[in-house]
Write a protein of this length. Structure first.
Length: 648
DNA sequence: TCGTTTGTTGCGCCG
DNA sequence: GCGGCGCAACAAACG
């Protein structure tokens, strides 16, 4: 029997410690082991990825590459510039691969991609091994233990988790690493279709990460640089990497009192330098930190304190409670798949007639990535929210910290999410989730989507009368407004009395502080004087309107997959004078006057009759129509529709 | 009854 | 007497 020739395919598991999948690869005792990363066009073009998350990803890749080299200087992380679905079949042949090993992915996109890869491995006679490693428990097993239903609260998750069994103890970091084999690249590079490019607006130059061939312009298999991606330098102070977080974790956990009595709701969203929590989330996202390793390290400390009869915190507010919520969202996503990320056709998301609803493609039942502007004023409010110029300093400080640093405290996320949706603007949570997707360095699809549904009271949470005030909530944590002074520097010299409501400051006070409160934020200066906008809405008034709207929507009681939502007839159930795009009886399912029509209704009527499982669109060679303004849906595109092929 | 993380008011207490 | 602070009660009302 010849010895195995193995590809270890790194994805969101950029670590060497506690990796069940990596252990499975090493247990094969391979003759050669290729640790690779496939440069995925879904991430490059079809997901919203801001520059700060790119930086963090590249940090994590470089770090794991160095760690591999430290164990075996002949090896490294080999970054190959082609999407996995086209690249892997070629590598199987060129490198005479016998086994492909990777960590299981439960994201809807990841599952579709992996299904395609597994299929091609089968055809090539390559054995595929994958292990769950991204969550405390295998999300599919949790879902099964929960009766095949999404876990919608923490109790369900805990009960299901207990049924699945003990959380696996951490696996040691490997001490040796097999050599890679010869890196033959005697095949053409298939270049992915660069349009639609969801990140076009952030690029200062053309995206060029596929231009230097499969091994990169220096032929060293290094990750692409931000310049190659056409992006400006990152602005975040947070840096990625397994070695960074493992070291920091030791210093976090050395404070046993902090670790053992941690209660999330008691940590301040306004704290900076240092923050009140320890930013493990981006490392968890890229897999630079194992959640099980983290869990067990915390549990060890809590157990020690329990035995010593010292006070300890308990889930859900404790540190391990935070990890349980993460698993809850993963398990819910594992059941609902693509529909988890949208309202339309989501069986567990309440339907609310939000402003700026997503456009949907009724043939696939998926959102297109575009949205309907039902009201120009709401579009303007959305832009002002996203850019941090609402005229509410607390909201603006949070949104500016998010844009600049890529991380904001959990309660800060609550505050701005409530404000955009049910507690202020009555704008679709899907718009907010997209902005977070772009800007967060810790963006985890399952958690981001879950939290937006939570805050908008469309799933997981329902007490919509509990509404965050953009003034009072911030004051509770930061009476002096230091957080605002840091992130909205044009207000830094305003007296404490007006820092949360600068429009109430008399002209003399504004003058003294060197700021004029005026306009809508589109102008930064008036002459030499800094400008800060007036509030874009009357909060008390807006909150009442939202509350009425929520009450009515709850009373109507529709969900994303209700027949009347699917066909657009929901409007008949809403009062025309209510908030949101409720007017008229005609319109698309997203709610508006127009919507994305199904493919092939005109000239070429050969679109599959049952497009629900969009498998057809996922396989190379069956490109979807991109005629006119029509876009492929934002979440669903595989790296399948290739038109461009270039020689290496 | 309770739910990880509301806002406001009013009371007692302290200086 | 009064302002500031911390805390408890309450408001509104979901599944």
């Amino acid at each position: 029997m010849p010895k195995p020739r193995v590809i270890y395919w790194f994805r969101t598991d950029l670590r060497l410690h506690d990796s069940p999948a990596l252990k499975a690869a090493l247990d094969l005792k391979p003759e050669v082991l290729y640790p690779i990363w496939c440069w995925d066009s879904h991430y490059v073009y079809r997901s919203r990825v801001g520059v700060n998350r790119w930086q963090f990803l590249i940090d994590c890749m470089n770090d794991v590459s160095q760690s591999i080299s430290k164990i075996n200087k002949k090896s490294q992380l080999y970054v190959l510039r082609e999407p996995a679905v086209t690249l892997l079949p070629k590598l199987f042949k060129a490198w005479e691969i016998t086994h492909l090993v990777f960590e299981k992915d439960t994201d809807a996109y990841g599952r579709d991609r992996d299904a395609t890869v597994i299929e091609s491995a089968k055809e090539a006679g390559v054995e595929v091994i994958f292990r769950s490693g991204r969550t405390l428990w295998d999300s599919d097993e949790v879902a099964k233990a929960n009766g095949g239903k999404p876990t919608m609260n923490i109790k369900q998750l805990q009960t299901a988790g207990e049924k699945v069994g003990e959380i696996e103890p951490p696996i040691e970091t490997p001490k040796s690493f097999p050599d890679p084999g010869e890196l033959k690249l005697d095949f053409d590079q298939t270049q992915p279709e660069p349009t639609p490019d969801m990140n076009e607006k952030y690029r200062q130059n053309d995206e060029g990460s596929y231009n230097g061939g499969i091994s990169g312009p220096k032929n060293d298999f290094h990750p692409p640089t931000l310049e190659e991606l056409g992006l400006k330098p990152a602005t975040t102070p947070h840096r990625g990497g397994e070695s960074v977080i493992l070291e920091r974790l030791n210093s976090i956990l050395s404070d046993e009192q902090y670790t053992g009595t941690f209660e999330k709701p008691k940590t301040s969203p306004a704290a900076f330098e240092p923050q009140s929590t320890f930013l493990t989330s981006p490392y968890l996202h890229f897999g630079a930190l194992s959640c099980r390793y983290f869990y067990h390290r915390v549990e060890e400390i809590v157990e020690k304190r329990r035995k010593a009869k010292k006070p300890v915190s308990e889930p859900p507010t404790s540190l391990h409670g935070q990890l349980l919520f993460r698993d809850m969202y993963f398990a819910a996503q594992a059941v609902l798949g693509w529909s988890f990320g949208q309202t339309y056709n989501n069986s567990h998301c309440r339907f609310i007639p939000w402003h700026l609803p997503s456009k949907v493609d009724v043939s696939t039942k998926l959102v297109t990535g575009d949205y309907e502007v039902d009201d120009e004023e709401k579009e303007k409010q959305f832009k002002r929210w996203a850019e941090g110029r609402t005229g509410f300093p607390w909201i603006d400080a949070i949104m500016r910290q998010l844009r600049q640093e890529g991380w904001i405290h959990h309660l800060a996320r609550h505050s701005v999410a409530c404000f955009l949706t049910r507690g202020g603007c009555y704008i679709s949570w899907e718009r907010g989730a997209e902005v977070f997707e772009e800007l967060l360095i810790d963006h985890e699809a399952a958690c981001n989507i879950g939290n937006w549904q939570w805050l908008s009271c469309t799933a997981f949470f329902a007490q919509f009368y509990r509404c965050y005030s953009p003034v009072a909530f911030g004051k509770k944590w930061d009476d002096n407004g230091d957080y605002i002074r840091k992130y909205v520097p044009e207000l830094k010299d305003l007296p404490k009395k007006f820092i949360f409501e600068p429009h109430k400051a008399p002209i003399q006070d504004q003058k003294k502080a060197g700021v004029v409160v005026k306009g809508d934020g589109s102008q930064e200066k008036e002459g030499d004087v800094a400008m800060y906008p007036k509030p874009m809405l009357d909060f008390n008034e807006a909150r009442d309107v939202c509350l009425q709207g929520m009450k009515q929507a709850y009373h109507v009681g529709l969900y994303g997959n209700s027949p009347k939502v699917l066909d657009g007839s929901w409007k008949q159930l809403f009062d025309d004078s209510g908030e949101g795009p409720t007017e008229g009886e005609q319109g698309g399912p997203g709610g508006m006057l127009s919507f994305e029509e199904a493919d092939g209704t005109e000239e070429d009527g050969h679109h599959p009759a049952t497009p629900q499982k969009s498998k057809g669109g996922a396989v190379p060679g069956s490109p979807k129509s991109t005629r006119g303004r029509k876009r492929e849906h934002s979440q669903g595109t595989l790296d399948g529709a290739f038109t461009k092929s270039a020689k290496k």
